[in-house]
Design a protein around this ligand. Structure first.
Ligand SMILES: [Zn+2]
Length: 101
């Protein structure tokens, strides 16, 4: 979108700038003929970008899943430490808790 005057093609200045949901609205005034007009600046929705966002969300889900798993694992280890079990007992405990090491 051109920021030149739509009437005389002259240079313009921004007299008002307002942010809308996904766009930027600019009120411009021509420095030559003082004609005023409005421009909108929007981000094009790229299908590739959408795919990337989807992949990021999936990655986020996997990370959260892994973190939950680790928290359970750490929780189990803390419990074992508090119980002062022998290494043999720990193996049994971990097996019974269903945690895969
Ligand atoms: Zn003009």
């Amino acid at each position: 979108m051109s920021d030149l005057c739509v009437i005389c093609n002259g240079e313009t200045k921004v007299i008002e700038s307002r942010r809308l949901n996904n766009a930027k609205r600019r009120r411009r005034e021509c420095l030559h003929c003082t004609h005023r007009f409005t421009t909108y600046e929007t981000l094009l929705k790229d299908p590739d970008l959408e795919k990337i966002l989807e992949n990021l969300e999936n990655a986020q889900w996997h990370t959260n899943h892994l973190l939950d798993h680790l928290k359970h694992l750490i929780g189990g280890i803390k419990e074992l430490t508090h119980q002062n079990l022998s290494p043999e007992d720990s193996d049994i405990y971990v097996e019974n808790s269903g945690i895969e090491l």
